[in-house]
Design a protein around this ligand. Sequence first.
Ligand code: SF4
Length: 354
Amino acid sequence: MVGIKTDVSVEEKLKLSSQLVSVEQCPDLLPEDFIYHTKNRGRAVPIFKILVSNICYNDCLYCANRSTRNCKRYKFRVAEVVNVFMELYSQGKVSGIFLSSGIHNRPDRVQAEILKVVEILRKKYRYSGYIHSKVIPGSDPEIVRALFEFSDRVSINLEAPGERYIRKIAPHKDFLKLYTRLKQLVQFSKKYNLNSGITTQLIVGIGDEDDRTLLSFAHRLYTQIGIRRMYYSGFQPVEATPLEGKSRCRKLRILRLYQADYLIRMYGFSPQEFAYDDSGNLLLSKDPKLAWAEKNLIKVNINNARFEELIRIPGIGHNSAREILLLRKKKRIKLSDLKNLGINRYQTLKFIQT
Ligand code: SF4
């Protein structure tokens, strides 16, 4: 491996970690140095997100930590991670931790270090807040199982929606093994009643995968495997990697994917219902729910539509639909009543009749 130099101060390790840690480009996640604010029930929760080491023996084409890339390397000791986190936590700066790492040793060793950190936090410091642990591909299932005793959320990154996609960007990664491990994690999570479930991540804009393929894959993972959440990470070229000349993924594409993903998880949409362009990608020009409605929705009668029909109207979410149903019990609803409920956008009202 090129450029290994591990005599680095904790401060510098933190700085390097904050630059390198894989950040899901999710509208819920707002980076602020090494602290990320993730939304939980509308509340911003600051999370300490740390890459334990950027040393990695793998050589994924897109990654800043790939073994053949010449860069400054570091590795935190277990005690350093614990101390830094407890310091931030006692100062009230963070209320959770997300641990990930490059594969700097045998997968079991790397996973065991992550396990050690979370075990110390829970047992020695009686820390009861949020812990998200990343699973290292190829690590012993028994070490992984132990993680579940201490974690709220566990994740493993699939990175791509199938073998043929991953082969082009991470040739050493075995998609089937990753997929099988993901399924195993969901089984563990049911047994341990994991609060925040199992998540995974796809990199977007790196290969020839289109949004229809990504969303169909996510839908399969939600319905057939039972993951809690899919994250979409927009590809960003990294200097001195084989993909440095490739264009970055547009943020708007990621936003549209999250909007469509939300409609799948919370509104019962199937990926086939969305409007795609000729390349199989979501329309960038409009929100997927609006695009669907313009193609499929005739006016909905607000006085007799079912809940499931109401939430298909752009601009009407679960709360508004419940308010409409409540109001309907008292009176016949007129347009002026909707305005009193805050439902007054043209893009919503044009699909409604009273
Ligand atoms: S295994 Fe992870 S850290 Fe290592 S090169 Fe691949 S993506 Fe980067």
